[in-house]
Design a binder for this molecule. Structure first.
Ligand code: ADP
Length: 269
């Protein structure tokens, strides 16, 4: 199996005995392998747009120098590649920030209903562009809880943005907010936010790994839609800080349902 031990051998002076100590370094080995994989992934993800940019710069300096229509087209592609790099660097910084704050308990008083409404307002232009209607279903009253409002906004932004992106043109995305629910995994009251899309769905094979950094169920589609592969990893870390959890259900051809369960007071859990 994958278990790794480091063995130390030392002679015990003045005796016929030898001391053998075993240290379980499985986690240590796994952690350093993950770090190496992460650096390799980041380098690859950055190099792809960079190589394209360098290629286009060469072309613009040489063969396309006096070809105005080609120059405009290439500049458009270059802008897209630069934006991809910018999104990737932004998501890497977010990931690093949420990881470093994961052990700090959130203490702000937050109205979750306001956070969800702000997210919907921010994403409205994207939804309009994708011809997707966002359908919120929530009670009229405030929904106070303890949390980090910027981070919670980021969670709902990532989930709803994915539902718009992958859900497909002309479809609806429903956002259900249910309050003071008792969840078996939590001690205190909780809130449940569900983001439902009617897109192509996700093969069950991929579901357990979707929150890993750079893991994509459909790499080609993710890249074509401008995805960085980091959105759900960021969601996972933020929810862990809030003692919440993410559940993913999906049926191929029917759509997906991303459910967030959050305790109203993470300190109780
Ligand atoms: P990305 O930037 O690629 O969207 P995420 O971490 O947000 O990265 O999501 C990881 C992968 O999960 C995506 O590449 C996609 O394959 C899959 N995925 C996420 N949300 C959905 C969804 N609503 N419908 C279908 N697939 C999804």
């Amino acid at each position: 199996n994958d278990t790794r031990f480091q063995v130390y051998v030392s002679a015990v002076s003045g005796s016929d005995y030898v001391l053998l100590s075993f240290q379980d370094i499985t986690q240590l080995t796994k952690a350093s392998q993950m770090r190496r994989d992460f650096v390799a992934n980041v380098s690859h993800e950055l190099r792809t747009p960079l190589t394209a940019l360098m290629g286009f710069i060469e072309t613009l300096r040489g063969p396309a120098r006096d070809d105005a229509p080609a120059r405009d087209r290439f500049l458009g592609i270059m802008t897209g590649e630069a934006e991809r790099m910018n999104r990737l660097v932004g998501d890497l910084l977010s990931l690093s920030r949420v990881e470093s704050e994961e052990r700090l308990r959130p203490t702000q008083k937050v109205d979750l209903r306001y956070v969800v409404q702000s997210t919907l307002r921010n994403l409205n232009p994207l939804a309009v562009e994708a011809e997707v209607s966002l359908v919120p279903r929530m009670a009229d009253n405030d929904l106070p809880m303890i949390g980090d409002s910027d981070q919670l906004l980021q969670v709902f932004t990532n989930l709803i943005e994915n539902a718009i992106k992958y859900g497909g043109k002309g479809k609806t995305v429903e956002i259900d907010v249910e309050t003071t629910l008792r969840d078996p995994s939590l001690r205190g009251p909780a809130v449940r936010v569900t983001v439902i899309d009617h897109g192509p769905g996700i093969d069950p094979l991929h579901i357990p790994r979707l929150t890993e950094r750079f893991y994509r169920a459909d790499s080609h589609r993710s890249r074509a839609l401008g995805g960085t592969g980091l959105g759900l990893a960021i969601v996972k870390h933020i929810l862990s800080r809030h003692r919440g959890r993410l559940k993913i259900d999906s049926e191929l051809g029917k759509g997906s349902r991303f459910t967030v369960i959050l305790p109203l007071d993470p300190a109780q859990d």
